[in-house]
Design a protein around this ligand. Sequence first.
Ligand code: NAP
Length: 345
Amino acid sequence: MIRNILITGAGGYIGGSVATKFATQKDGPIKNTKIYAAVRSKDQTKSASIPGLAVLQLDCGDYEAVKDVVLNNHIDMVIHTASSMVASYSQNLLEALGERRKQSGQETGVLTAFTDMGGWRYGQCKDSDAEIFTKEKGIGDVHPTDILIVEQSKALGVKSFILPAPYVYGRGTGDWRKLSVSIPQYIRTSMRLKQVYKFPEDAAPAATHISDLVSLYKLLATKILLGQTPPANENGYYFPFAHRIPWYKTMDLLAKAMHSRGLVNQPHVEIWPSYEKAADEYGFPRQFIRAMGASSGDIVAEKPFELGWKPQWDEKKYLENIDQEVQDFLELDSGKASIFDALTT
Ligand SMILES: NC(=O)c1ccc[n+]([C@@H]2O[C@H](COP(=O)([O-])OP(=O)(O)OC[C@H]3O[C@@H](n4cnc5c(N)ncnc54)[C@H](OP(=O)(O)O)[C@@H]3O)[C@@H](O)[C@H]2O)c1
């Protein structure tokens, strides 16, 4: 029986929202597990306020510390949202779960959010494609974390489930960071420049409201806890993509919402003179700006829906909520998200 669940990156937007949901479950098998939330700083452990959530400080880059946390707290499932860009974090968690499995004989698993499908060169990409892992391996170094997760999981007898976070939006429910990455960074930069800009090309990236992403983690974890083990490892890709978002419409609405609050000089959107200029102004790494800014991709999500996932947010609801995104930013912004640091260092 799976005893306890560890959520990494719980001081962040996605991990914090997942931790809150899991720790406050009133019924179902998650209620019978102990939820550990791993945060990076000591200060965060002191300011924790969610009842039922055991908060601990952990640097995912420190293997000995990761192993101690997993073994001492009988962790059999890790939801890893700290950073998918740093493959060694996943490796440390998998090795620690492998150790736990050896000691307890218990099945162990990791669910992970990771970045977009940048670098894919096989046309349409479906999470149900039996060849997805082989294809991903075929594009070499582009997705090292996924390859490591699948190969290491198999070698260590750990089950892994990969959830590549799309463009996530909406107000988070964690104790610490409650804002996502992209929209807040666009708002922050537009405020500084007193102008909203858009990329030279329109796009329609896949997106999911944070509450729907959290509900997918809950669904998957519930099934695992009930022993209905969904396909894992090379068949363990679950694209949490609820709908697409029209990029130019998003920026138009953002400009209007910001102008009505006096945050920018005009309600109209200008076009960035180049992607490089946009990257420098947003503080995004230049090599990732197209993927981060507005990549569309022919990505098809099937597996979450087969599990019974029912997202509550769609494109219409998303567009109607842009004004609220600006309001949330003004109320909750605490500065640029640290995931950019991992990309630029
Ligand atoms: N939000 C999105 O729209 C989106 C889209 C695509 C992919 N993703 C991916 O999904 C994951 C979670 O995203 P998010 O929006 O929740 O990001 P976030 O708010 O920045 O959360 C990440 C958390 O991980 C923590 N962390 C980083 N390195 C750590 C380490 N070595 N040890 C312990 N904790 C560490 C960070 O701590 P600090 O707060 O101290 O920095 C932060 O609290 C990231 O991998 C991100 O790239 C997110």
